[in-house]
Design a protein around this ligand. Structure first.
Ligand SMILES: Cc1ncc(COP(=O)(O)O)c(C=O)c1O
Length: 437
């Protein structure tokens, strides 16, 4: 039977009738994407776009990667599902492979379906292992949409399900461009990071289960802290009995350039890594990896989910790791990221709307402001810029509390031509915006 092709208007009508009204869309007229090939996607009219947002930082190695798809198709034909109650080979092979790319003593994994589920389990591990209950998370963070993940999230727009899980306090992010203390790095002596000790002393029982943070905050607007920020916090957290959880849902799998994990950019080794999005490059896959010692706190306690570790996701996950190594994608992220940062900084000199360019590798943000002195956020201009770029064949995302940060996070397989296209398109779009388009 031939599948019926729906127009954008028909899809809109059906979505409005049958999907939860909180389901969001990008652009004044959403695009109907029907096909993806590596860093590009195509709409229903055949128009090609460079997907510089990687379908919300999820397409890590490229849409429908030709090395991976045949393996997954073969797996689907052979065995689609088997739970962890039975043996099947792929979960064992993949868990071993994942352990080989982990920092420190992180070796033991549990597979989930999503990032919020991974964060839930990370929090459970922290409570089991430390026998403490309270958590420190960061302002501007995003950790997902389950109740615990929402409680850990540090942005009001994403926290609307009351009451929250008890015992989460939020510490200041390392957001130098808008320092909450109005100080300047490095003379600030990292007061933001040192605040974690004050928060533990004054807002908790004095003993914490853990600290969770994204090494570079994604939804928060690509907030990239000073070099020493995490080292200072990790030392404080461990002194007060907590473990350190790195939410690598966006920063993992080489995205930040050369290193596999974002937290490695800050020369820290966490106790738990929670991951999703890029691990699966388009299939619902997440994971938590921790040390043997922490994992042992789960022995004797049943933990189970239906789809976690299923053969199809495991085959895809294995394929992703293999191509990251084969094509040196983490290094490509560094090379292309550096070229992008240089070009974006040149655009900043030319276009007054750009307040700051920040990030690492292919996890980049461009903060737009109405006025460089007052730093008043420019959310309307951000939306307009995204629309203009989309019309010119470039998809970028947005983030930040005020919705004024353009997020550039393409698949790690982009090349120099793509970087030139991103920069050229942004340049033209910013010029059009300045002329009142
Ligand atoms: C840093 C971070 N953590 C957790 C999540 C939640 O992941 P999921 O949507 O797969 O539950 C997200 C989703 O965007 C994220 O960006």
């Amino acid at each position: 039977m031939k599948e019926k092709k729906l127009t954008s208007d028909e899809i809109k009508k059906l979505r409005e009738e049958y999907l939860l009204p909180s389901t969001m869309t990008y652009f004044s007229k959403p695009v109907n994407i029907v096909r993806g090939v590596m860093q590009h996607v195509y709409d229903d009219a055949g128009k090609k776009y460079l997907d510089a947002f990687g379908a919300v930082v999820t397409i890590s190695v490229g849409h429908c990667h030709p090395d991976i798809v045949p393996k997954v198709v073969e797996q689907i034909k052979t065995l689609q599902h088997m739970t962890t109650l039975y043996f099947h080979p792929t979960i064992a092979i993949y868990a071993e492979k994942l352990a080989s790319v982990m920092p420190g003593k992180l070796k033991v994994s549990f597979f989930t379906n999503s990032g919020c589920e991974a964060n839930e389990l990370s929090a459970m591990l922290a409570k089991n292992f430390t026998k403490n209950q309270e958590f420190i998370a960061l302002r501007h963070s995003f950790h997902g949409r389950t109740l615990m993940a929402m409680s850990l999230t540090g942005q009001s727009a994403w926290r609307h399900s009351l009451p929250y899980v008890f015992g989460v306090s939020h510490a200041p992010a390392g957001y130098c461009y808008r320092c909450p203390y109005r100080l300047t790095y490095p003379s600030c002596d990292l007061v933001c990071a040192r605040q974690v000790e004050e928060i533990i002393k004054y807002s908790t029982s004095g003993k914490i289960a853990g600290f969770i943070a994204e090494p570079i905050q994604g939804f928060g607007g690509v907030i990239c802290p000073p070099r020493e920020y995490f080292k200072i916090i990790y030392e404080i957290v461990r002194r007060y009995g907590g473990i350190c959880i790195s939410d690598e849902v966006q920063t993992g799998f080489g995205r930040t350039g050369d290193k596999m994990w974002g937290i490695e950019q800050w020369e820290c080794i966490p106790d738990v890594i929670a991951m999703a999005k890029g691990i699966g490059n388009g299939v619902p896959l997440g994971a938590v990896t921790t040390t043997r010692e922490i994992a042992e706190s789960m022995r004797g306690k049943v933990h189970f989910n239906t789809y976690g570790g299923n053969p199809v996701s495991m085959t895809q996950g294995l394929g992703v790791l293999e191509v990251i190594e084969k094509y040196h994608y983490a290094h490509n992220a560094k090379v292309m990221g550096d070229k992008l940062i240089e070009g974006l900084e040149e655009l900043q000199e030319k276009h007054l709307l750009i307040g700051e360019v920040r990030g690492k590798g292919l996890m980049l943000g461009v903060e737009l402001v109405k006025d460089r002195k007052t730093k008043e956020p420019a959310p309307q201009e951000t939306l307009r810029l995204m629309d203009i770029c989309k019309d010119m064949g470039l998809l970028v995302g947005k983030g930040a509390m005020a919705g004024n940060v353009i997020r550039v996070k393409p698949p790690l397989c982009i090349d120099s031509g793509d970087v030139d296209f991103i920069l050229g398109t942004l340049d033209k779009a910013l010029t059009m915006l300045a002329k009142g388009h």
